[in-house]
Ligand binder design. Structure first.
Ligand code: APR
Length: 248
C-alpha cells in the first residue's frame, strides 16, 4: 500500500467539512458477497440476469420471489468486514453522507456492532432487507419470512423486495440525498465501485464539479480513476483500516 497516498487521503478526510461516501459491491467483497462484473461476478450467473429484471416479477412472480428470498437469506449470513467497521468509525465522527449501491445491510451491522449511530445509509438501488407492495408501493415494516405467500394488506398486490430491478427507476429520496451531498462535499470516497451504472454514477462527477476531492479505493482501474485526485490500488477491507489508524 502506498503510504504517501494513505497519508494524503487521511489529510483530506481530516480536513473535510463534509464527506460523501459512494460505495459499490467491492466494499462487501471481502465479506464474501461476489461483485457484479468481476471474475465469477454475479452477472456470470444466468439466474441473476433473469431475476434482476423487472420483467421476471411480472412474467414469473413465484420463481422471482423465491429467488429473491434465497438471495436475501444467503446475503444475511455474511458478516461485515474490516472495511465496513473502519468506514463506520470514520463516518461516525464526521459529517458524512453514505450513498451505497449495495442492497446488503453489512454497513448498518458494522455501525450497530461498533455502538455507533448513523442517521441514514442511503441505498441508491434499494435494499433486500426492505419490502414493499409491487402495486401500491406500500412499504412493509418487516420483510415477510416468505415472499411467495405474502400479499399487500392495502391492495392485495404482491410483496417484493425494495430493490431497483433493471428496467425500474431508482428510489427518489436516496438519489436526491446523494445529489444534495455532492453539492457540498469536500471529499468523496469511491469505495469498490466500477462507476459505470447510471444515474448513480453521475454522483462522483457532480461532486467534483462542485470542488470535491475524489479518493478512489479499488484494486483495479475504473471509469472513475481518471477523475480521482487520490487513487489507492487496494482492497477496502485493508485500506480503510489503515486510513482509520492514521486518523486516530
Ligand atoms: N475492495 C475494493 N474494491 C473491490 C474489491 C475490494 N476488496 N473487490 C473488488 N473491487 C472492485 C472491483 O475492482 C470493481 O471495480 O469493486 C468494483 C465492483 O464493480 P461492479 O461489479 O461493477 O459493482 P458495482 O460498481 O457495485 O455495480 C454498480 O451495477 O448492476 C448494478 O445494481 C448493480 O449496484 C450495482 C451497480
Amino acid at each position: 500500500m502506498d503510504k504517501r497516498k494513505l497519508k494524503r487521503a487521511a489529510e483530506l478526510i481530516d480536513r473535510a467539512g463534509h464527506i460523501l461516501v459512494f460505495a459499490g459491491s467491492g466494499l462487501s467483497a471481502e465479506s464474501g458477497i461476489p461483485t457484479f462484473r468481476g471474475e465469477d461476478g454475479m452477472y456470470s450467473n444466468p439466474d441473476v440476469l433473469r431475476y434482476a429484471h423487472a420483467d421476471a416479477l411480472r412474467e414469473e412472480p413465484e420463481a422471482a420471489l423465491a429467488w429473491f428470498q434465497k438471495m436475501r437469506d444467503m446475503i444475511d449470513d455474511y458478516e461485515p468486514n474490516p472495511g465496513h467497521y473502519a468506514l463506520a468509525r470514520i463516518c461516525a465522527e464526521r459529517d458524512c453522507t453514505i450513498a451505497t449501491q449495495n442492497v446488503d445491510r453489512l454497513l448498518e451491522s458494522a455501525f450497530l456492532r461498533e455502538g455507533l449511530t448513523k442517521e441514514g445509509i442511503w441505498h441508491l438501488h434499494g435494499s433486500l432487507f426492505r419490502s414493499r407492495c409491487d402495486v401500491c408501493d406500500e412499504p412493509l415494516e418487516e420483510p415477510p419470512t416468505d415472499y411467495t405467500a405474502a400479499e399487500c394488506d392495502e391492495c392485495g398486490g404482491i410483496i417484493r423486495p425494495d430493490v431497483t430491478l433493471f428496467g425500474e427507476m431508482l428510489p427518489e429520496a436516496p438519489y436526491l440525498r446523494a445529489q444534495g451531498a455532492a453539492h457540498v462535499a469536500d471529499v468523496v470516497l469511491l469505495l469498490g465501485t466500477s462507476g459505470i451504472v447510471y444515474p448513480a454514477a453521475t454522483i462522483p462527477g457532480l461532486a467534483r464539479s462542485h470542488g470535491a476531492k475524489l479518493i478512489e479505493i479499488n484494486p483495479n482501474p475504473t471509469e472513475l480513476s481518471e477523475i480521482a485526485d487520490v487513487v489507492i490500488r487496494g482492497k477496502t477491507g485493508e485500506v480503510l483500516p489503515e486510513i482509520d489508524r492514521l486518523l486516530a
